[in-house]
Design a protein around this ligand. Structure first.
Ligand code: MN
Length: 137
């Protein structure tokens, strides 16, 4: 089962993302700021990070910079989640160490397309044998 860390300071957005991801069988951990995200990465070794840009303590840009400084985390897929939609933002995000970009409000279709781009096609309820095999490993 792929593990996704959600780093987002808005608890409502965090909960919506968690429900979406869990409905597809992803395992989810959460962080409310960038510093907590760095701790959770150490603890739970997620397969992918959804990282809000606008957060207290450490924002998304500072957090992804710290992540990329660790050689062991250089290849961790990190997707920015942001309400910014101004021209040039996407380029700035992709030049800052992020692997992709999702605009709020997050559409489930684009979320899962991005996740599958990095984690591969995900097994879910349509394939209980595969799910049980994963759960038992
Ligand atoms: Mn925020």
């Amino acid at each position: 089962m792929s593990k996704v860390l959600i780093a987002e300071d808005n608890p409502v957005n965090r909960e919506l993302l968690r429900e979406l991801l869990e409905s597809r069988g992803y395992s989810v951990t959460e962080a409310g700021d960038g510093q907590e995200a760095l701790r959770r990465i150490e603890e739970s070794r997620p397969d992918l990070l959804l990282l809000d840009l606008d957060m207290p303590i450490l924002d998304g840009f500072a957090t992804v910079r710290r992540i990329r400084e660790h050689s062991s985390l250089a290849t961790l897929p990190v997707l920015a989640i942001t309400a910014y939609v101004m021209h040039g933002d996407r380029e700035r995000v992709l030049a800052s160490g992020f692997d992709g970009y999702l605009s709020k409000p997050i559409q489930s279709r684009s979320l899962f397309e991005e996740l599958e781009r990095f984690l591969g096609k995900h097994n879910n309820e349509q394939n209980p044998a595969a799910r049980n095999a994963q759960a038992g490993k």
